[in-house]
Design a protein around this ligand. Structure first.
Ligand SMILES: [Zn+2]
Length: 346
């Protein structure tokens, strides 16, 4: 092995390696090539093994040539590597291009349950008159659900409100939202304008117009000098907002233990407009809620002086309101979760 031969070998290696670099198809092939030529056990190291056989004064000269060869190959590798990475990126961008003009998949939209929707409508109307929504527990005690509403344990009205009892003695699932009146009166001072929407329960044989589970919306106003005339005016406004401005309304005598006097509030039939039809039992009227002046006993249980304060209360079923508005004939539909029914209220 002499200097000339070794130098030629190095130059041959350079020429061959540069040729391979130029045609490397991708960066993976380029990396392999780098290891093969310049790696610890690569071809350059292989050629330089012959350096030991040279005369001592020739070794630095071969070393200088070897360095140049290495630098030339490294530079070629860098340049080719950059070019390959660029074209690979472009290819990937072309391949993964997103067409932003493609129409999206439609998102399935739900809708409010008709009971909830009706309660929202009711709350919005009464909000205009300053009524604020309050919540009250679904599991009540017997005292608040009955006794404080002027229905003692032996009262015959209890037959109308038979309910479901829970394991805690003296507690039951509330039969109406009216116990919320007591809770509101105990929690705040007049003037009170409260709206109490919520779920109620009764031990009831289920049919087209009765359910063991249903919603109610209770309203309560207490202040000094509140009269039955205020109640009538408020309910007229409500009926006109809910069912139409020209609808006639009327009060009929009613009975509830917790109001005195008590009334039923009717709107002229939404189907026949008052001339009489099967939907209104040929009366021309449809009852939409019960109401009355808060009984003095109830005011006392609420911690208020009935000599100073008067109030009225009203209660209605949002399902009934919804049935009247939409011409629904069976109350059971509201609790069956049948999408064919519910999807009609989108
Ligand atoms: Zn009618």
């Amino acid at each position: 092995m002499d200097l000339v031969q070794l130098t030629r070998d190095l130059e041959d290696l350079r020429a061959e390696a540069l040729g391979q670099v130029a045609v490397a198809p991708d960066s993976a092939a380029l990396e392999e090539l780098e290891i093969e030529v310049l790696g610890k056990k690569g071809r350059l190291t292989g050629v330089l093994r012959g350096i030991g056989a040279l005369a001592a004064e020739d070794r630095p000269r071969v070393g200088a040539v070897a360095n140049t060869v290495r630098q030339t190959i490294e530079a070629a590798l860098r340049e080719r590597g950059a070019a390959l990475r660029n074209s690979e990126l472009e290819a990937r961008l072309r391949l993964e291009r997103v067409d932003v003009t493609t129409p999206g998949r439609p998102v399935r939209r739900g809708s409010l349950h008709p009971s909830i929707e009706a309660m929202g409508d009711i709350a919005r109307i009464f909000a205009q008159f300053g009524f604020v929504v309050h919540e009250s527990p679904e599991v009540e005690d017997d005292r608040t659900n009955f006794q404080m509403l002027n229905i003692p344990p032996d009262h015959p009205a209890r037959d109308l409100w038979d309910t479901l009892y829970v394991d805690v003695p003296g507690h039951l699932l509330r039969t109406h939202t009216s116990p919320g009146q007591i809770r509101v009166m105990q929690a705040m001072r007049p003037p009170i304008r409260a709206l109490l929407p919520g779920r109620c329960f009764r031990y009831e044989a289920v049919d087209a117009s009765h359910g063991f589970e249903f919603f109610q919306v209770e309203g309560l106003m207490v202040d000094e000098g509140t009269t039955l005339g205020d109640l009538k005016g408020l309910l007229d406004q409500f009926a006109h907002a809910m069912f139409g401005a020209r609808k006639r309304t009327r009060f009929r005598p009613g009975y509830y233990p917790f109001t005195e006097p008590s009334v039923a509030f009717d709107v002229e039939c939404l189907v026949c407009g008052g001339s009489g039809c099967p939907a209104c039992g040929r009366s021309g009227w449809m009852t939409i809620l019960g109401a009355g002046m808060v009984h003095p006993v109830v005011l006392q249980y609420g911690g208020l002086d009935p000599e100073r304060y008067q109030g009225f209360a009203f209660g209605m079923g949002p399902e009934r309101i919804s049935m009247l508005k939409h011409g629904i004939t069976d109350l059971r539909l509201f609790m069956e979760n049948d999408l064919r029914f519910l999807e009609q209220f989108r």
